[in-house]
Design a protein around this ligand. Structure first.
Ligand code: SF4
Length: 373
């Protein structure tokens, strides 16, 4: 079976911690030199030049928060340890306030062709409330700088359900939809225990489920009006600008992964590195990962669970080719769910109808449930 191979690298450093953050992140910049040294060692150990890399994604944390020479060194190492000659897309996550000309020049010199900004809201009071370091003007300046440096494939992250008014959210949507960005990721706010925002809100999300669904609908309609097509539940792109890296993940592709908390999937084995940055830098390289072999049966289930989150759904021929069985034979409940209008098939694909995306989790549970009637 031939799959695309991608690489994810996690850079956990951030200048400050956002109020809602539950990612593997760290504000102690004194660890930067050792962390990048460790990354280099990890990549050397798992170096594999036999598989051309399809996409590369450097995320975090905030990769733009570290001195540019470390990003430069990382990109050089990646080129040394992997075959990047066929790369289709390289993304680097940046925060607006730390995006500099020096960084962008370095990225473009290495062929990075996509930048992803954590915007979250265009409202400065909201940004301050959730502990972001940038304001909207910083974001506009960073996108303009990126475009001036020749980087025109730009994502903006938006959070639905922040502690702000519906009118504030509407303003974010209207502004973002009119900007010269090519991609918008819109995820619902998740309140994680022990985060500053969760404590401040006493664990109560600012909006109930109905309001969240309405705001999601508003996002979908506004982005569509402005030429963005939804291609995955939370991801919208102008034509031809779908994120290839994430598509590879959703299509059960393979990916190497490096850095604290990074998870990958290579040679039918899923692995995840320790989340503890101190451990990541001190354990023997061979002890950083927890690995789990994934059977072909489990891969088929994952392929469908991830693929049904895509607007295009799952390609039936591709499923049969990969897993040696017809999808309807593999999932006995698929036909019944189709009769109920929870799934539909057309043009060789099976997918969740647009008006059922809200209940996709229960549809997937029914599809996989051995007991369901
Ligand atoms: S920028 Fe992202 S990773 Fe860093 S603290 Fe904020 S939410 Fe967490």
């Amino acid at each position: 079976m031939s799959e695309n191979h991608s690489i994810y690298v996690h850079i956990p450093f951030c200048k400050a911690r956002c109020g809602y953050c539950a990612f593997c992140s760290c504000t102690d910049m004194s660890l930067v030199p050792d962390y990048f040294g460790r990354l280099s060692q990890e990549m050397a150990v798992y170096s594999d030049r036999s598989k051309p890399i399809y996409t590369l994604y450097i995320g975090g944390g905030t990769p733009s928060s570290v001195p540019v020479r470390y990003i430069d060194g990382l990109l050089r190492d990646l080129d040394k340890y992997f075959d990047l000659s066929e790369l289709k897309e390289t993304t680097v996550e940046c925060n607006p306030e730390s995006t500099t000309r020096e960084l962008l020049d370095c990225l473009t010199a290495h062929g990075v062709n996509r930048v992803s900004f954590g915007l979250q809201s265009v409202n400065d009071a909201t940004l301050e409330r959730i502990g972001r370091l940038h304001n909207y003007a910083d974001f506009l300046a960073a996108t303009e700088l990126a475009r001036n440096c020749g980087m025109d494939n730009i994502n903006a992250d938006l959070i639905i359900g922040l502690p702000e008014s519906r009118a504030d959210f509407r303003r974010s949507l209207d502004r973002i939809a009119s900007l010269p960005v090519t991609h918008v990721s819109a995820y619902a706010l998740e309140l994680h225990e022990h985060t500053a925002l969760c404590d401040r809100l006493a664990g109560q999300p600012p909006f109930d489920d109905d309001s969240m669904a309405d705001m999601y609908d508003e996002a979908l309609a506004t982005l569509r009006e402005h030429g963005f097509a939804r291609y995955e539940i939370s991801n919208f792109a102008r034509r031809g600008y779908e994120c290839l890296h994430n598509l590879n993940y959703w299509q059960e592709g393979r990916y190497f992964a490096f850095g604290a908390s990074a998870s990958g999937f290579v040679d039918d084995v899923r692995f995840v590195n320790t989340q503890d940055i101190g451990q990541y830098m001190s354990l023997p390289i061979g002890e950083l990962r927890t690995s789990t072999p994934v059977s072909l049966h489990e891969q088929a289930e994952e392929f469908v669970m991830l693929g049904l989150r895509l607007e295009s759904g799952v390609n039936l021929d591709e499923f049969a080719r990969r897993y040696g069985k017809d999808l309807y034979a593999f999932f006995p409940h698929a036909e019944k769910l189709e009769k109920r209008g929870c799934l539909c098939s057309e043009a060789g694909h099976i997918r969740v109808p647009a008006d059922k995306f809200y209940v996709i989790n229960s549809i997937l549970a029914d599809l996989l449930d051995d007991e369901a009637d």
